[in-house]
Design a protein around this ligand. Structure first.
Ligand code: EPZ
Length: 430
């Protein structure tokens, strides 16, 4: 079983290039089935979730040509099936983006019920409500969500909660509906805006993405496009917190600083220095971390996908911090693992009360999901001695070359596959 072997204690120093945003890439890939013309996508992250989605798209007849590690051309003129049942597709959340995309173009789709990280109840009622408001029937049968419409007609849809996935799905289907759709209480995340920009580059007529009211005038066809995906806000944030935890000095390059505002605000509060330029952020941390309080919120609030990373940092701070996750109710499962490193954290429902302990000691840990897995690795890099992290397949869902990028910053981390390799690593790093 692949694991990360880590020897902590080195400050991480240097520059790291941030890749394309996974959570933008997934809906953009799905939306490329909405045209018969060829689509070229650049800055595509080479991570497990995007690769699983691409394979499922090939399975329904999408022609894919990799033009480089981070670029692909896709052509969906010869779709052979509207049933997406690839064996791996149910493991990823974004499988359901093919519902909105195929429903919009073909008025019909069947997709295996989505999985994704086990971080809480991940309802899909708002997706279903949106599709129904556009005139589609939606039902669940034999593990598939099925949807069909004789015609899709624009509608006024109020989302009962702010949902990234539902906003994206409805936006895709509505782009090819007849007439105008208004989505109220829409999600404002950068990846929602990126998808809207991509759809507009294909001829869609979407206005207001990035605000809580999105207006879409349906069009009858979409055309090909060349598009570059935005940088990954969460990958960048994870490296910024790695600088904080290891008392390092890291510059994240190829980022959009505006997307990182809530993250840098918290880093400043806990005592880091930040230098911002047009497309880079430098985080320097030389003092003991201070405590603070955090509440995760939809964008532009502090992202739930950064909650484990800030919690592991606050675990090392002076004083008591309170972190509340208002988005997912089960996203503190990694706290038991962190306790093995000496953290003093009590979880009550969706709130963690963190008494900073000043130091972690290395331990054997298991990654419970993608972001928590990355946060535990960073905790290991800050800890005294050796840390092992297993179940790292979760991390590969959303971080490209995670350990290689960390190594380039001076981290002592290696991907190991056997006891022998672990012993070799221990001998090497001493
Ligand atoms: C997206 O998940 C991301 N996934 C998640 O990133 C991210 O944590 C989440 O948005 C919040 O930012 C992808 O983009 C593939 P939601 P999604 O719909 O779309 C409730 C990562 O680590 N809700 O915005 O599934 C839901 O239960 C992953 O990269 C309903 O009640 O999230 C949750 O409490 C993990 N009904 C809240 O809304 C619905 O129909 C937000 O969920 C839909 C959602």
């Amino acid at each position: 079983m692949e694991q990360y072997a880590i020897k902590g204690g080195n400050p991480l120093v240097g520059e790291v290039e941030i890749g394309g945003a996974k959570n933008a890439a997934l809906p953009i890939l799905a939306a490329s089935v909405m045209t018969d013309e060829t689509v070229y996508i650049d800055n595509l992250p080479d991570v497990r979730d995007t690769n699983v989605l691409l394979k499922a798209m090939q399975g329904i007849g999408v022609l894919e040509k990799r033009t480089g590690r981070h670029s692909v051309t896709l052509n969906a003129a010869q779709i052979s099936s509207l049933v997406v049942e690839d064996e791996n597709i149910k493991k990823i959340r974004a499988s359901y983006y093919l519902l909105g995309a195929l429903l919009g173009k073909y008025r019909q789709a069947e997709v295996a019920l989505p999985g994704g990280c086990d971080i809480g109840c991940r309802a899909i009622d708002q997706h279903i409500k949106g599709f129904k408001a556009l005139g589609a029937e939606v039902w669940i049968e034999h593990g598939l969500i099925k949807t069909r419409a004789d015609k899709l007609v624009g509608s006024h849809i109020y989302m009962d909660c702010v949902s990234v996935g539902a906003t994206i799905n409805v936006m895709m289907a509505a782009s090819m509906a007849e007439g105008q759709t208004t989505i109220e209480n829409a999600a404002k995340e950068p990846h929602v805006v990126d998808l809207a920009n991509f759809l507009n580059s294909m001829g869609a007529r979407i206005k207001g993405a990035g605000t809580d009211v999105i207006r879409i005038k349906g069009v009858s066809r979409l055309h090909g496009s060349e598009y570059t995906i935005i940088p990954d806000q969460i990958e960048a944030g994870t490296f910024m917190f790695a600088a904080a935890l290891t008392k390092g000095d890291i510059t994240v390059k190829n980022v959009i600083p505006k997307h990182l505002e809530s993250i840098s605000a918290k880093l400043l509060e806990i005592g880091c220095e930040i230098k911002e330029s047009d497309d880079a952020m430098r985080v320097v941390c030389s003092k003991p971390l201070r405590h603070t309080h955090v509440k995760t919120l939809p964008y532009p609030g502090f992202p739930t996908d950064m909650q484990p990373q800030i919690t592991v940092a606050l675990g090392l701070s002076t004083g008591t911090s309170i972190v509340t996750d208002t988005i997912f109710e089960n996203r503190f499962k990694y706290v038991d693992e962190l306790t093995r490193m000496g953290a003093d954290i009590k979880v009550e429902g969706t709130t963690a009360i963190i008494n900073g302990v000043g130091r972690y000691t290395g331990a054997s840990l298991s990654a419970p999901d993608l972001r928590a897995g990355a946060a535990l690795v960073v905790a290991g890099l800050a800890a005294e001695g050796f840390t092992m992290v297993d179940e790292i397949h979760y991390i590969a869902r959303g971080y490209e070359d995670f350990h290689l990028k960390l190594q380039a910053l001076g981290a002592q981390i290696e991907l190991v596959n056997s006891d022998r390799e672990i012993q070799k690593f221990k001998l090497k790093v001493g």
